[in-house]
Design a protein around this ligand. Sequence first.
Ligand SMILES: *[C@@H]1O[C@H](CO)[C@@H](O)[C@H](O)[C@H]1NC(C)=O
Ligand SMILES: *[C@@H]1O[C@H](CO)[C@@H](O)[C@H](O)[C@H]1NC(C)=O
Ligand SMILES: *[C@@H]1O[C@H](CO)[C@@H](O)[C@H](O)[C@H]1NC(C)=O
Length: 336
Amino acid sequence: MSIEKSKTPMFHYGITIFLAAVLFVYVFSLDSKNPLDRLRRDWLGAKGPGNTTEEMEELCTKNLVPPQESHDENFVRMIKKAAMDDKTVILTDVNEAFSAPNSMLDLFLESFHNGEDNITRLLDHLVIVAMDQKAFEKCKSVHHYCYLHEDIGIDLSSENVYMTKAYVDLVWTKVRLWQLTLEQGYSFLFTDIDVMWFRNPFRHINVYADLTIGSDRFYGNPEDHSNDPNTGLVYAKPTRKNIEVLKYWLEARQRFPEAHEQTVYYEIRHELASKFDLKVQYVSTEYWANFCQLQKNFTKLTTFHPCCLVGLEQKIAQIKIITEEWKSYKSNNLKS
Ligand SMILES: *[C@@H]1O[C@H](CO)[C@@H](O)[C@H](O)[C@H]1NC(C)=O
Ligand SMILES: *[C@@H]1O[C@H](CO)[C@@H](O)[C@H](O)[C@H]1NC(C)=O
Ligand SMILES: *[C@@H]1O[C@H](CO)[C@@H](O)[C@H](O)[C@H]1NC(C)=O
């Protein structure tokens, strides 16, 4: 008995050391890139938020572009330099396909030079977010403020057909950049790169409203949420309310997994109105024109967005048509 008693503590130490060694080997020798993640996953088990590392990572990239401090700082520095003296910045984003020669980026910049209201001066306040290296190189060759959006972990370089995963991720990235801009106390006018500018769209932004948004289809009352929104042009003031609204909008993505940001906005717009008392100005398609509800009154036309058309070639063709019409309108008006 006495021999048994003296053995017991040694035996326990042995077991403990053995178990610790097994745990150590298990945690640090297996295939997981991050042993702590593996541990966390195993201990959280089925009750955990996402059962595997992959799922956790996927949840992260799906819900929010993860904050990247250093990249964010560079972006913030750039918007501060580009902003107008009332702390407003114009934002757009572009990928390789849309920045190819004679593609959207060229057409977009050219539209300012064909415009009225001296809108070329607005280019001094435009930050172009390049989604890949090629778009970044192209951007730098034609524009002053180009920001390379790195490390979002997906290939954003191809011509993104509406609703492919890469396209959906791209549109959500822009909401993250909007959020960052507002958090710095800057207001923004976001424009899709395929929106052609003929006059100054700030004419149609309403100070009363929290957000001013374009319309796919406009039914007459600018404050009515039954207008079909188009987020190809969006203006927001840097209010606390708007920051909360964008947060809510980003989080709502979980409820509509495959949807892009415009669709999610459409789904939650009444929630936003009641939860935040959100005031939105929807701009008539007479001014911020598009191809869904085509109106071509050149005395009113401010911008043209070839939405409701699928494919880059089709969009470019329609842009070229309306640009020629605009030019002849302008030259006719000069004559008279
Ligand atoms: C985690 O595992 C549980 C039980 O096996 C399962 O019901 C649940 O759907 C899993 N969660 C995820 C995010 O896959
Ligand atoms: C546009 O700029 C020119 C000079 O560059 C100036 O003469 C003209 O008044 C400006 N027009 C407007 C509407 O600001
Ligand atoms: C175009 O807009 C102008 C200015 O509002 C208006 O006077 C004119 O009647 C419109 N033309 C058409 C064809 O609707």
